[in-house]
Design a protein around this ligand. Structure first.
Ligand code: OOG
Ligand code: NI
Length: 460
Protein backbone atom coordinates (compact mmCIF):
# COMPACT_ATOMS: atom_id res chain seq x y z
CA UNK A 1 0.00 0.00 0.00
CA UNK A 2 1.64 3.30 -1.03
CA UNK A 3 1.44 6.05 1.56
CA UNK A 4 -0.53 9.04 0.33
CA UNK A 5 -0.70 12.54 1.78
CA UNK A 6 -4.34 13.22 2.72
CA UNK A 7 -6.25 15.62 0.45
CA UNK A 8 -6.98 17.74 3.57
CA UNK A 9 -3.27 18.12 4.22
CA UNK A 10 -2.57 19.04 0.58
CA UNK A 11 -5.31 21.69 0.78
CA UNK A 12 -3.88 23.11 4.02
CA UNK A 13 -0.44 23.37 2.40
CA UNK A 14 -1.85 24.89 -0.76
CA UNK A 15 -3.82 27.47 1.22
CA UNK A 16 -0.63 28.52 3.06
CA UNK A 17 1.37 28.67 -0.17
CA UNK A 18 -1.34 30.79 -1.81
CA UNK A 19 -1.38 33.19 1.13
CA UNK A 20 2.41 33.56 1.02
CA UNK A 21 2.33 34.23 -2.70
CA UNK A 22 -0.46 36.81 -2.42
CA UNK A 23 1.36 38.61 0.41
CA UNK A 24 4.30 39.07 -1.94
CA UNK A 25 2.10 40.15 -4.83
CA UNK A 26 -0.26 42.48 -2.95
CA UNK A 27 1.39 44.09 0.11
CA UNK A 28 -1.93 45.59 1.33
CA UNK A 29 -3.13 42.01 1.86
CA UNK A 30 -0.33 41.61 4.39
CA UNK A 31 -1.42 44.81 6.14
CA UNK A 32 -5.02 43.53 6.27
CA UNK A 33 -3.88 40.18 7.72
CA UNK A 34 -2.11 42.02 10.50
CA UNK A 35 -5.14 44.13 11.30
CA UNK A 36 -7.47 41.11 11.28
CA UNK A 37 -5.08 39.20 13.54
CA UNK A 38 -5.08 42.05 16.07
CA UNK A 39 -8.86 42.47 16.02
CA UNK A 40 -9.42 38.73 16.42
CA UNK A 41 -7.05 38.55 19.37
CA UNK A 42 -8.74 41.41 21.12
CA UNK A 43 -12.22 39.89 20.55
CA UNK A 44 -11.01 36.56 21.98
CA UNK A 45 -9.49 38.34 24.98
CA UNK A 46 -12.38 40.72 25.70
CA UNK A 47 -15.43 38.64 24.87
CA UNK A 48 -15.17 35.34 26.75
CA UNK A 49 -18.59 34.19 25.44
CA UNK A 50 -17.35 34.32 21.85
CA UNK A 51 -14.02 32.68 22.78
CA UNK A 52 -15.85 29.86 24.56
CA UNK A 53 -18.25 29.29 21.67
CA UNK A 54 -15.34 29.05 19.22
CA UNK A 55 -13.65 26.58 21.53
CA UNK A 56 -16.74 24.34 21.51
CA UNK A 57 -16.94 24.27 17.74
CA UNK A 58 -13.20 24.10 17.09
CA UNK A 59 -13.31 27.31 15.04
CA UNK A 60 -10.75 28.87 17.41
CA UNK A 61 -8.16 26.53 15.93
CA UNK A 62 -8.97 27.17 12.29
CA UNK A 63 -9.56 30.93 12.51
CA UNK A 64 -6.01 32.11 11.81
CA UNK A 65 -5.63 30.04 8.68
CA UNK A 66 -9.14 30.63 7.35
CA UNK A 67 -9.16 32.13 3.84
CA UNK A 68 -11.24 32.23 0.72
CA UNK A 69 -10.00 33.25 -2.69
CA UNK A 70 -11.66 33.98 -6.00
CA UNK A 71 -10.81 33.31 -9.63
CA UNK A 72 -12.59 33.69 -12.97
CA UNK A 73 -12.09 31.37 -15.92
CA UNK A 74 -13.03 31.68 -19.57
CA UNK A 75 -13.94 28.25 -20.93
CA UNK A 76 -15.79 25.08 -20.00
CA UNK A 77 -12.54 23.12 -20.40
CA UNK A 78 -10.74 25.39 -17.94
CA UNK A 79 -13.53 24.97 -15.38
CA UNK A 80 -13.60 21.20 -15.90
CA UNK A 81 -9.88 20.81 -15.29
CA UNK A 82 -10.03 23.14 -12.29
CA UNK A 83 -12.65 20.87 -10.74
CA UNK A 84 -10.22 17.96 -11.10
CA UNK A 85 -7.34 20.03 -9.69
CA UNK A 86 -9.41 21.04 -6.65
CA UNK A 87 -10.52 17.42 -6.17
CA UNK A 88 -6.87 16.45 -5.54
CA UNK A 89 -7.12 18.76 -2.49
CA UNK A 90 -10.47 17.37 -1.33
CA UNK A 91 -12.43 20.37 -2.63
CA UNK A 92 -15.80 19.89 -4.29
CA UNK A 93 -18.08 22.38 -6.02
CA UNK A 94 -20.79 23.52 -3.62
CA UNK A 95 -23.71 25.75 -4.63
CA UNK A 96 -24.58 27.56 -7.85
CA UNK A 97 -24.52 31.35 -8.06
CA UNK A 98 -25.98 33.15 -11.07
CA UNK A 99 -24.64 36.69 -11.11
CA UNK A 100 -26.20 37.85 -14.39
CA UNK A 101 -29.24 39.44 -12.69
CA UNK A 102 -26.72 41.73 -10.98
CA UNK A 103 -25.14 42.67 -14.31
CA UNK A 104 -22.05 40.47 -14.03
CA UNK A 105 -21.82 38.01 -16.98
CA UNK A 106 -20.67 34.97 -14.99
CA UNK A 107 -22.03 32.02 -13.10
CA UNK A 108 -20.13 30.51 -10.23
CA UNK A 109 -19.63 27.85 -7.60
CA UNK A 110 -17.48 27.54 -4.49
CA UNK A 111 -14.89 24.78 -4.27
CA UNK A 112 -14.45 23.67 -0.66
CA UNK A 113 -14.17 20.71 1.70
CA UNK A 114 -17.56 19.32 2.65
CA UNK A 115 -17.18 17.27 5.82
CA UNK A 116 -16.89 19.05 9.19
CA UNK A 117 -13.70 17.14 10.03
CA UNK A 118 -12.07 18.19 6.75
CA UNK A 119 -13.24 21.78 7.21
CA UNK A 120 -11.57 21.72 10.61
CA UNK A 121 -8.22 20.77 9.02
CA UNK A 122 -8.52 23.50 6.39
CA UNK A 123 -11.61 25.57 5.54
CA UNK A 124 -9.93 27.01 2.40
CA UNK A 125 -12.49 27.83 -0.31
CA UNK A 126 -12.30 29.30 -3.80
CA UNK A 127 -15.21 31.20 -5.35
CA UNK A 128 -14.88 30.23 -9.00
CA UNK A 129 -16.66 32.03 -11.82
CA UNK A 130 -17.09 31.03 -15.45
CA UNK A 131 -17.40 33.86 -17.95
CA UNK A 132 -20.56 33.63 -20.06
CA UNK A 133 -19.21 34.73 -23.42
CA UNK A 134 -22.53 33.82 -25.05
CA UNK A 135 -24.01 36.91 -23.39
CA UNK A 136 -21.70 39.22 -25.31
CA UNK A 137 -23.66 40.46 -28.28
CA UNK A 138 -20.74 41.82 -30.29
CA UNK A 139 -19.92 38.78 -32.50
CA UNK A 140 -16.47 39.97 -33.60
CA UNK A 141 -15.42 40.61 -30.04
CA UNK A 142 -16.81 37.28 -28.91
CA UNK A 143 -14.75 35.56 -31.59
CA UNK A 144 -11.61 37.40 -30.54
CA UNK A 145 -12.22 36.33 -26.94
CA UNK A 146 -12.82 32.71 -27.98
CA UNK A 147 -9.62 32.63 -30.05
CA UNK A 148 -7.53 34.08 -27.25
CA UNK A 149 -8.95 31.64 -24.73
CA UNK A 150 -8.45 28.67 -27.07
CA UNK A 151 -4.76 29.52 -27.35
CA UNK A 152 -3.93 29.60 -23.67
CA UNK A 153 -3.10 26.74 -21.31
CA UNK A 154 -3.63 27.75 -17.69
CA UNK A 155 -2.19 24.56 -16.18
CA UNK A 156 1.45 23.47 -16.22
CA UNK A 157 2.15 20.12 -17.94
CA UNK A 158 3.38 18.73 -14.62
CA UNK A 159 0.17 19.81 -12.81
CA UNK A 160 -1.91 18.03 -15.46
CA UNK A 161 0.25 14.94 -15.12
CA UNK A 162 -0.09 14.89 -11.32
CA UNK A 163 -3.89 15.33 -11.52
CA UNK A 164 -4.10 12.28 -13.80
CA UNK A 165 -1.73 10.32 -11.59
CA UNK A 166 -3.81 11.13 -8.50
CA UNK A 167 -7.01 10.10 -10.27
CA UNK A 168 -5.43 6.84 -11.39
CA UNK A 169 -3.63 5.87 -8.16
CA UNK A 170 -6.05 7.35 -5.65
CA UNK A 171 -3.61 9.80 -4.09
CA UNK A 172 -0.18 11.48 -4.15
CA UNK A 173 2.88 10.53 -2.09
CA UNK A 174 4.87 13.12 -0.14
CA UNK A 175 7.19 14.17 -2.99
CA UNK A 176 4.38 14.39 -5.54
CA UNK A 177 2.08 16.23 -3.13
CA UNK A 178 4.75 18.87 -2.61
CA UNK A 179 5.30 19.12 -6.32
CA UNK A 180 1.56 19.40 -6.88
CA UNK A 181 1.25 22.39 -4.54
CA UNK A 182 4.06 24.19 -6.38
CA UNK A 183 2.67 23.36 -9.81
CA UNK A 184 -0.96 24.13 -8.97
CA UNK A 185 0.04 27.51 -7.57
CA UNK A 186 1.31 28.53 -11.03
CA UNK A 187 -2.26 28.62 -12.35
CA UNK A 188 -3.18 31.34 -9.83
CA UNK A 189 -0.13 33.53 -10.22
CA UNK A 190 -0.29 37.07 -11.56
CA UNK A 191 1.27 37.59 -15.02
CA UNK A 192 2.10 41.11 -15.93
CA UNK A 193 2.48 40.22 -19.60
CA UNK A 194 -0.90 40.42 -21.27
CA UNK A 195 -1.76 38.17 -24.23
CA UNK A 196 -3.31 41.03 -26.23
CA UNK A 197 -2.30 44.33 -27.81
CA UNK A 198 -3.32 47.52 -26.05
CA UNK A 199 -6.01 48.11 -28.70
CA UNK A 200 -7.46 44.63 -28.19
CA UNK A 201 -7.40 45.13 -24.44
CA UNK A 202 -9.33 48.36 -24.87
CA UNK A 203 -12.03 46.61 -26.94
CA UNK A 204 -12.42 43.83 -24.39
CA UNK A 205 -12.42 46.32 -21.55
CA UNK A 206 -15.04 48.51 -23.23
CA UNK A 207 -17.33 45.49 -23.46
CA UNK A 208 -16.96 44.77 -19.75
CA UNK A 209 -13.96 45.09 -17.45
CA UNK A 210 -14.53 41.54 -16.39
CA UNK A 211 -14.12 40.32 -19.98
CA UNK A 212 -10.70 41.97 -20.21
CA UNK A 213 -9.71 40.54 -16.85
CA UNK A 214 -10.56 36.98 -17.88
CA UNK A 215 -9.50 37.02 -21.52
CA UNK A 216 -6.42 39.25 -21.78
CA UNK A 217 -4.08 37.32 -19.47
CA UNK A 218 -2.23 34.02 -19.38
CA UNK A 219 -4.12 32.63 -16.44
CA UNK A 220 -6.91 33.11 -13.91
CA UNK A 221 -4.88 35.09 -11.37
CA UNK A 222 -6.27 34.88 -7.86
CA UNK A 223 -8.07 38.22 -7.55
CA UNK A 224 -8.43 38.38 -3.78
CA UNK A 225 -7.76 36.31 -0.70
CA UNK A 226 -9.99 36.91 2.27
CA UNK A 227 -9.22 36.38 5.96
CA UNK A 228 -12.00 35.85 8.49
CA UNK A 229 -12.54 38.31 11.30
CA UNK A 230 -14.61 38.08 14.47
CA UNK A 231 -15.59 41.78 14.27
CA UNK A 232 -15.93 43.21 10.79
CA UNK A 233 -17.20 46.57 12.06
CA UNK A 234 -13.95 47.03 14.00
CA UNK A 235 -11.89 46.07 10.94
CA UNK A 236 -13.90 48.37 8.63
CA UNK A 237 -13.40 51.27 11.06
CA UNK A 238 -9.66 50.64 11.43
CA UNK A 239 -8.88 50.12 7.73
CA UNK A 240 -8.36 53.78 6.74
CA UNK A 241 -5.83 54.15 9.57
CA UNK A 242 -3.79 51.42 7.90
CA UNK A 243 -3.87 53.02 4.48
CA UNK A 244 -6.67 50.75 3.25
CA UNK A 245 -9.87 52.31 1.87
CA UNK A 246 -12.89 50.04 2.28
CA UNK A 247 -16.02 50.08 0.12
CA UNK A 248 -18.86 52.21 1.47
CA UNK A 249 -21.05 49.52 3.01
CA UNK A 250 -20.54 46.08 4.49
CA UNK A 251 -22.41 43.47 2.43
CA UNK A 252 -24.82 41.06 4.08
CA UNK A 253 -26.81 41.27 7.31
CA UNK A 254 -26.37 44.07 9.86
CA UNK A 255 -24.35 43.82 13.07
CA UNK A 256 -25.83 41.27 15.50
CA UNK A 257 -24.96 39.67 18.82
CA UNK A 258 -25.20 36.29 17.07
CA UNK A 259 -23.93 36.74 13.51
CA UNK A 260 -25.72 34.96 10.66
CA UNK A 261 -24.43 33.94 7.24
CA UNK A 262 -21.73 36.24 6.00
CA UNK A 263 -20.73 39.91 6.21
CA UNK A 264 -18.06 41.17 3.82
CA UNK A 265 -16.24 44.31 2.90
CA UNK A 266 -13.55 44.89 0.30
CA UNK A 267 -11.02 47.47 -0.79
CA UNK A 268 -9.90 48.45 -4.24
CA UNK A 269 -6.43 47.34 -5.15
CA UNK A 270 -4.01 49.67 -6.80
CA UNK A 271 -3.66 49.81 -10.56
CA UNK A 272 -1.07 47.33 -11.73
CA UNK A 273 1.36 47.76 -14.56
CA UNK A 274 0.94 45.35 -17.44
CA UNK A 275 2.77 44.91 -20.73
CA UNK A 276 0.62 44.49 -23.82
CA UNK A 277 2.00 42.55 -26.78
CA UNK A 278 2.70 45.73 -28.75
CA UNK A 279 4.69 47.27 -25.91
CA UNK A 280 8.17 46.47 -24.64
CA UNK A 281 7.96 47.68 -21.06
CA UNK A 282 5.10 47.28 -18.63
CA UNK A 283 3.49 50.57 -19.53
CA UNK A 284 -0.20 49.62 -19.56
CA UNK A 285 -2.35 49.20 -16.50
CA UNK A 286 -5.14 46.98 -15.21
CA UNK A 287 -6.98 46.83 -11.91
CA UNK A 288 -7.43 43.18 -11.19
CA UNK A 289 -6.72 42.41 -7.64
CA UNK A 290 -8.27 43.66 -4.47
CA UNK A 291 -8.64 42.79 -0.83
CA UNK A 292 -11.59 41.61 1.20
CA UNK A 293 -12.40 40.67 4.76
CA UNK A 294 -15.35 38.69 6.07
CA UNK A 295 -17.16 37.72 9.24
CA UNK A 296 -18.94 34.38 9.23
CA UNK A 297 -22.01 33.49 11.26
CA UNK A 298 -24.66 30.80 11.54
CA UNK A 299 -25.66 28.69 8.54
CA UNK A 300 -29.39 29.21 8.00
CA UNK A 301 -32.02 26.60 7.17
CA UNK A 302 -34.24 27.18 4.12
CA UNK A 303 -36.72 28.87 6.48
CA UNK A 304 -34.03 31.11 7.96
CA UNK A 305 -32.64 31.90 4.53
CA UNK A 306 -36.06 32.87 3.25
CA UNK A 307 -36.44 35.28 6.15
CA UNK A 308 -32.95 36.68 5.49
CA UNK A 309 -33.64 37.17 1.77
CA UNK A 310 -36.99 38.84 2.46
CA UNK A 311 -35.54 41.26 5.03
CA UNK A 312 -32.54 42.10 2.85
CA UNK A 313 -34.73 42.68 -0.18
CA UNK A 314 -37.18 44.94 1.63
CA UNK A 315 -34.29 46.94 3.11
CA UNK A 316 -32.73 47.34 -0.35
CA UNK A 317 -36.08 48.15 -1.96
CA UNK A 318 -36.70 50.83 0.65
CA UNK A 319 -33.43 52.43 -0.43
CA UNK A 320 -34.58 52.50 -4.07
CA UNK A 321 -30.99 52.59 -5.40
CA UNK A 322 -27.74 50.64 -5.01
CA UNK A 323 -26.13 51.05 -1.58
CA UNK A 324 -23.23 53.45 -2.03
CA UNK A 325 -21.16 56.16 -0.36
CA UNK A 326 -23.98 58.69 -0.61
CA UNK A 327 -26.72 56.60 1.01
CA UNK A 328 -24.66 54.33 3.30
CA UNK A 329 -26.12 55.78 6.50
CA UNK A 330 -29.68 55.40 5.28
CA UNK A 331 -28.97 51.84 4.12
CA UNK A 332 -27.62 50.85 7.54
CA UNK A 333 -30.71 52.35 9.18
CA UNK A 334 -33.02 50.39 6.85
CA UNK A 335 -31.09 47.16 7.44
CA UNK A 336 -31.20 47.60 11.20
CA UNK A 337 -34.91 48.36 11.17
CA UNK A 338 -35.89 45.40 8.97
CA UNK A 339 -33.60 42.85 10.57
CA UNK A 340 -35.12 43.49 14.01
CA UNK A 341 -37.55 40.78 12.89
CA UNK A 342 -34.79 38.14 12.81
CA UNK A 343 -34.38 36.79 16.38
CA UNK A 344 -30.90 37.52 17.74
CA UNK A 345 -30.97 34.69 20.23
CA UNK A 346 -29.59 31.19 19.66
CA UNK A 347 -32.32 29.35 21.55
CA UNK A 348 -35.01 31.11 19.53
CA UNK A 349 -33.14 30.57 16.28
CA UNK A 350 -32.97 26.87 17.12
CA UNK A 351 -36.53 26.47 18.31
CA UNK A 352 -37.89 28.32 15.28
CA UNK A 353 -35.75 26.20 12.93
CA UNK A 354 -33.92 29.19 11.45
CA UNK A 355 -30.36 27.88 11.69
CA UNK A 356 -28.40 24.60 11.70
CA UNK A 357 -26.72 23.49 14.91
CA UNK A 358 -24.11 21.16 16.26
CA UNK A 359 -24.72 19.45 19.60
CA UNK A 360 -22.31 18.51 22.38
CA UNK A 361 -22.76 16.29 25.42
CA UNK A 362 -21.90 18.32 28.53
CA UNK A 363 -20.07 17.00 31.61
CA UNK A 364 -23.41 17.01 33.33
CA UNK A 365 -24.79 14.88 30.54
CA UNK A 366 -21.92 12.40 30.80
CA UNK A 367 -22.44 12.11 34.57
CA UNK A 368 -26.25 11.86 34.51
CA UNK A 369 -27.75 8.53 35.49
CA UNK A 370 -31.22 9.30 34.24
CA UNK A 371 -31.81 11.06 30.94
CA UNK A 372 -34.80 12.74 29.32
CA UNK A 373 -35.60 11.08 26.00
CA UNK A 374 -36.07 14.17 23.83
CA UNK A 375 -33.62 16.67 22.42
CA UNK A 376 -35.43 19.58 24.04
CA UNK A 377 -35.53 17.71 27.37
CA UNK A 378 -31.78 17.07 27.27
CA UNK A 379 -31.08 20.71 26.43
CA UNK A 380 -33.37 21.98 29.20
CA UNK A 381 -31.66 19.66 31.70
CA UNK A 382 -28.21 20.94 30.66
CA UNK A 383 -27.12 17.58 29.29
CA UNK A 384 -26.64 18.90 25.78
CA UNK A 385 -25.08 22.13 24.62
CA UNK A 386 -25.57 23.56 21.13
CA UNK A 387 -23.71 25.93 18.83
CA UNK A 388 -24.73 27.10 15.36
CA UNK A 389 -22.94 25.60 12.35
CA UNK A 390 -20.79 28.21 10.71
CA UNK A 391 -21.82 29.27 7.20
CA UNK A 392 -19.19 27.91 4.81
CA UNK A 393 -20.58 29.40 1.59
CA UNK A 394 -21.25 32.69 -0.20
CA UNK A 395 -24.16 35.04 -0.90
CA UNK A 396 -25.06 36.01 -4.47
CA UNK A 397 -26.20 39.56 -3.64
CA UNK A 398 -23.03 40.16 -1.62
CA UNK A 399 -20.83 38.60 -4.30
CA UNK A 400 -22.41 40.89 -6.90
CA UNK A 401 -21.73 43.87 -4.61
CA UNK A 402 -18.09 42.78 -4.26
CA UNK A 403 -17.74 42.39 -8.04
CA UNK A 404 -19.39 45.78 -8.64
CA UNK A 405 -17.27 47.69 -6.17
CA UNK A 406 -14.17 46.44 -7.89
CA UNK A 407 -15.32 46.74 -11.47
CA UNK A 408 -16.55 50.29 -11.04
CA UNK A 409 -20.16 51.40 -10.94
CA UNK A 410 -20.18 51.88 -14.72
CA UNK A 411 -20.14 48.10 -15.04
CA UNK A 412 -23.80 47.56 -14.25
CA UNK A 413 -25.03 45.98 -17.45
CA UNK A 414 -28.22 44.11 -18.15
CA UNK A 415 -28.15 40.65 -19.62
CA UNK A 416 -30.98 38.76 -21.19
CA UNK A 417 -31.35 35.06 -20.56
CA UNK A 418 -31.60 33.58 -17.12
CA UNK A 419 -29.79 31.00 -15.15
CA UNK A 420 -28.27 28.06 -17.02
CA UNK A 421 -27.25 25.69 -14.29
CA UNK A 422 -27.28 22.75 -16.73
CA UNK A 423 -24.61 24.28 -18.94
CA UNK A 424 -22.57 25.06 -15.84
CA UNK A 425 -22.79 21.42 -14.77
CA UNK A 426 -21.75 20.32 -18.22
CA UNK A 427 -18.66 22.53 -18.12
CA UNK A 428 -17.88 21.36 -14.62
CA UNK A 429 -18.18 17.71 -15.62
CA UNK A 430 -20.45 17.02 -12.65
CA UNK A 431 -23.23 18.57 -10.60
CA UNK A 432 -22.63 21.00 -7.77
CA UNK A 433 -23.51 19.86 -4.26
CA UNK A 434 -26.41 21.40 -2.40
CA UNK A 435 -25.00 23.33 0.57
CA UNK A 436 -28.20 22.95 2.59
CA UNK A 437 -27.94 19.18 2.40
CA UNK A 438 -24.36 19.36 3.67
CA UNK A 439 -25.37 21.42 6.72
CA UNK A 440 -28.29 19.09 7.42
CA UNK A 441 -25.94 16.08 7.25
CA UNK A 442 -23.44 17.66 9.66
CA UNK A 443 -26.26 18.47 12.10
CA UNK A 444 -27.54 14.91 11.73
CA UNK A 445 -24.12 13.39 12.41
CA UNK A 446 -23.77 15.48 15.54
CA UNK A 447 -27.18 14.36 16.87
CA UNK A 448 -26.22 10.79 16.08
CA UNK A 449 -22.89 11.10 17.96
CA UNK A 450 -24.60 12.64 21.00
CA UNK A 451 -27.20 9.87 21.09
CA UNK A 452 -24.43 7.25 20.90
CA UNK A 453 -22.44 8.94 23.69
CA UNK A 454 -25.49 9.04 25.93
CA UNK A 455 -26.56 5.53 25.03
CA UNK A 456 -29.86 6.77 23.61
CA UNK A 457 -31.43 5.14 20.55
CA UNK A 458 -31.90 8.32 18.49
CA UNK A 459 -32.25 12.09 18.77
CA UNK A 460 -33.18 12.85 15.19
C1 OOG B 1 -15.70 37.06 -6.88
C2 OOG B 1 -16.56 37.94 -6.04
C3 OOG B 1 -17.36 37.13 -5.02
C4 OOG B 1 -17.29 36.87 -2.51
O1 OOG B 1 -16.60 36.80 -1.47
O2 OOG B 1 -18.53 36.97 -2.47
C5 OOG B 1 -16.58 36.83 -3.79
C6 OOG B 1 -14.86 37.79 -7.88
O3 OOG B 1 -14.75 39.02 -7.85
O4 OOG B 1 -14.28 37.09 -8.73
O5 OOG B 1 -15.43 36.58 -3.75
NI1 NI C 1 -14.60 37.10 -1.87
Amino acid sequence: MPSFVSPDEIRARFSRAMSDMYKQEVPLYGALLELVGEVNQSVMAQQPDIARALQWTGEAQRLDMERHGAIRVGTAAELGTLARLFAVMGMQPVGYYDLTPAGVPVHSTAFRAVHEQSLQVSPFRVFTSLLRLELIDNAALRELAEELLAQRQIFTPRALHLIEQCERDGGLNETDAQDFVTQALETFRWHHDATVSSAQYQRLHDQHRLVADVVAFKGPHINHLTPRTLDIDAVQAAMPGRGITPKAVIEGPPTRKHPILLRQTSFKALQEEVAFTDQHAASGSHTARFGEVEQRGAALTPKGRELYDRLLNTARDALASFPSESNAGEYLRQLGEHFAEFPDDLAQMREQGLAYFRYFVTEKGVAASELPATLQGLIDAGHLHFQPLVYEDFLPVSAAGIFQSNLGDDAQSHYAGGSTQDSFHQALGREVLDELELYAQTQQRSLHDCAAQLGLPSLA
